[in-house]
Design a protein around this ligand. Structure first.
Ligand code: KG4
Ligand code: ZN
Length: 341
């Protein structure tokens, strides 16, 4: 088979996923076995349950990814896997599986950081995209502004001081009585509300700050709900959801644009589960367009956890010869290697 074919494996949280991607751009298959229905009954991800589910599904998911791609195992050139950050038990399943495939097939094992995988989803969606660029990675565990200087050369421009944006969505959704995962449910409720009904605070954290904070906003929403009767709140929930969402989205968009301006960069991207939010995508498009910036975001199914993005990042590491030994470990707090300059 001409081209470089990477198998990607992703098990950092509650999606068991495997994908086959050619040359970091063509997604031949992307299988995602979601555990949402299982964790919903507990109101959030139960780590031990997630690990067991990954274990049950991983072999089937990988085989399906190979079949869907119309390939045999020996057509693969490398095995890329998320080694962290994430839930340690969940990561271990993917890393152990990747090591087994790498050993059995005699193909290199390529370790991937979860955030870089999210960022690289933009290259799947837009093969014409080239660094330098600024990417806002917004997920359940992270809110980070990353400067991609060249391929695989990262600089963290800013991150959250407390909750990640997705975490804030999930926590407020829970307070509003919405099911897990909170982000999509809150977005749905917000459609029926007025984003200007309640003015919740925006944490700018000083002029030109590229850091984020969502804990004050969370407290403001809780205080607002406490100041009303239960009966009043029943009618106000869509407005609260829309106003909360507007506060989060405004800060995310403004700081991403500021980061691009300060860095003199023309291309800006979104990535991570929260990047599936339509209000965020719309405002980002509008504001970036007004500022003369070129904006990119992956299609929604490539924003939330999936293995195609892992295989895509894996392709660039494969070209760079960044291979791991079979001693590679899963790492819950895996740091993103940032460039020196
Ligand atoms: O990237 P992801 O799938 O997993 C992590 O790496 O954390 O992101 C999951 C997060 C959750 O917090 C979820 O509520 C949020 O992304 N999310 C959304 C939407 N879809 C997923 N938040 C807001 N609006 C959405 N449409
Ligand atoms: Zn993620």
């Amino acid at each position: 088979m001409p081209g470089t074919w990477m198998l990607g494996i992703e098990t950092s949280c509650d999606e068991t996923s495997a994908a086959v991607v050619r040359d970091g751009s063509y997604v031949a298959s992307n299988v995602v076995a979601s555990q949402i229905a299982i964790h919903r009954q507990y109101g959030g991800v139960v780590p031990e349950v997630a690990s067991r589910q990954h274990l049950e599904k991983i072999t089937y998911v990988v085989e399906k990814a190979i079949n869907d791609a119309g390939l045999g195992f020996h057509d693969l050139d490398g095995v890329a896997v998320t080694v962290g950050p994430g839930l340690i038990g969940a990561l271990l399943v993917g890393v152990a599986a990747a090591k087994a495939y790498s050993y059995a097939l005699k193909r290199p094992l390529v370790p991937i950081h979860h955030l870089e995988a999210h960022l690289y989803a933009n290259f799947l969606a837009h093969p014409e995209l080239t660094p330098p660029l600024v990417c806002l990675v917004v997920s359940g565990g992270h809110t980070s502004l990353i400067f991609l200087k060249n391929h695989l050369e990262y600089e963290i421009l800013g991150a959250t001081r407390d909750d990640a944006a997705g975490e804030a969505f999930d926590k407020i959704a829970r307070v509003l009585g919405l099911p897990y995962p909170g982000g999509p449910a809150l977005e749905e409720l917000a459609r029926q509300g007025d984003p200007q009904a309640v003015h919740f605070p925006r944490a700018w954290l000083g002029k030109n700050s590229l850091e984020f904070s969502f804990s004050g906003l969370k407290t403001a929403v809780l205080n607002y709900l406490k100041s009303n009767s239960e009966e009043e709140n029943k009618h106000l929930l869509p407005d609260v959801a829309a106003s909360f969402q507007a506060a989060v989205v405004e800060v995310l968009v403004e700081k991403t644009i500021l980061a691009a301006k300060l860095g003199g960069v023309r291309d800006v991207c979104l990535a991570g589960g929260v990047a599936a939010n339509s209000t965020l995508r719309e405002l980002f498009k509008q504001k970036a367009g007004q500022e003369g910036l070129k904006f990119y975001f992956p299609e929604k199914k490539l924003c939330t956890d999936n293995a195609a993005m892992v295989a895509c990042a894996g392709y660039y590491h494969y070209l760079a010869g960044d291979f791991a030994s079979l001693n590679q470990e899963a790492c819950a707090n895996y740091p993103l290697i940032v460039s020196k300059s």
